[in-house]
Design a protein around this ligand. Structure first.
Ligand code: MF3
Ligand code: CO
Ligand code: CO
Length: 313
């Protein structure tokens, strides 16, 4: 996910006093000018390219899923994913050495965010243990240069009722957002349903990071905030490709960034959960590009939603 831009943050009173480093990051993570454009794909080859990228990203998670067990280290999960991408898929792990201005290069091929880590957790030699919840976030670049970005939560062994509920509510938040996606809808519609569902459950929405346009670059406009007001913000149009990736905290929304400059944790050490899909706005609604055999089926709250390719596109 990308750092939300200052303009959005300064509208939020409590975010006004960002320290200098955060301001620098917030300004620059949107990177260079030619990447600020929205990707609106109309050519069939682009749609096919994005579909392939999405499927491959999701298949990396399918491949690593059976290994997410107590006793394995997040570094081992990283290695399993890296080798699958490099040797089987011939894709490139987008996170590896990814370096938005103001950040050090990301030192691994996937993000592993355990328990109170909100996002951008760096794989290492810490073992997963029963009771942990972990998000695995995968972004691949295909040989044709398309990006697919997706993440899922995993529960290790027996986890608390609280952790299960947070994971489920966050999953529903993502899908309620996805269900808003169609031409003419506004970005605020997406943020609003996510925020409403999270807060009704007693949880909070992380503001500093957001979903993003994606295509032949990793992070680009528009920013997809996971909070907002219906009918506000940019309008969606067919051919847009972007992620929805809500980060929901069991406690307060406040974050703290670790000295590694990547790992983001909840300030109050409460649990945090996240799910992510890459989406295409179609003529009639939405297509989930990051879909594969192992994807978790949508929840009952979006029953009947059509999200797979239709014959026309
Ligand atoms: N995959 C993350 C996202 O959803 C971004 C990770 S950037 C990294 O946007 F460098 F930390 F990998
Ligand atoms: Co993303
Ligand atoms: Co991601």
């Amino acid at each position: 996910m990308t750092k939300a831009l200052n303009s959005h943050l300064s509208a939020q009173k409590r975010c006004i006093c960002l320290n200098f480093r955060q301001i620098r990051q917030a300004k620059t993570i949107q990177v260079v000018d030619n990447q600020r454009m929205n990707s609106v794909f109309t050519a069939e080859k682009d749609i096919l390219g994005m579909r392939e990228a999405g499927r491959l990203a999701s298949e990396v998670i399918d491949h690593v899923a059976p290994h997410v067990q107590a006793g394995i280290t997040t570094g081992q999960l990283d290695r399993i994913c890296h080798e699958y991408m490099r040797d089987i898929q011939k894709t490139i792990p987008a996170p590896l050495n990814y370096q938005p201005p103001g950040y050090p290069p990301f030192p691994a091929s996937i993000c592993t965010s355990v328990n109170d880590v909100i996002c951008h957790g760096i794989p290492g030699d810490k073992e997963l243990k029963s009771g942990d919840v972990v998000n695995l976030d995968i972004t691949v670049i295909t040989p044709d240069g398309y990006y697919g970005d997706t993440s899922r939560m995993f529960m290790v062994g027996e986890v608390s009722v609280m952790a299960k509920r947070l994971t489920q509510i966050t999953f529903e938040c993502m899908w309620l957002g996805i269900a808003q996606v169609k031409p003419g809808a506004s970005l605020g519609d997406i943020g609003h349903v996510i925020q409403t569902h999270a807060e009704k459950a007693g949880y909070s929405v992380v503001r500093e990071y957001c979903g993003h346009g994606i295509g032949k670059v990793f992070h680009q406009d528009p920013q997809i905030l996971h909070y907002g007001k219906p009918g506000t913000g940019e309008k969606l149009e067919a051919g847009m490709t972007f992620t929805i990736e809500p980060m929901i905290n069991a406690g307060k929304r406040d974050i703290r960034t670790m000295p590694d400059q990547w790992t983001v944790k909840t300030k109050d050490r409460s649990l945090s959960a996240q799910w992510e899909h890459t989406l295409l706005v179609t003529a009639s609604g939405v297509e989930v590009l990051t879909w594969s055999e192992g994807s978790n089926p949508p929840p009952d709250c979006v029953k009947g939603l059509s999200f797979r390719p239709t014959a026309s596109v």
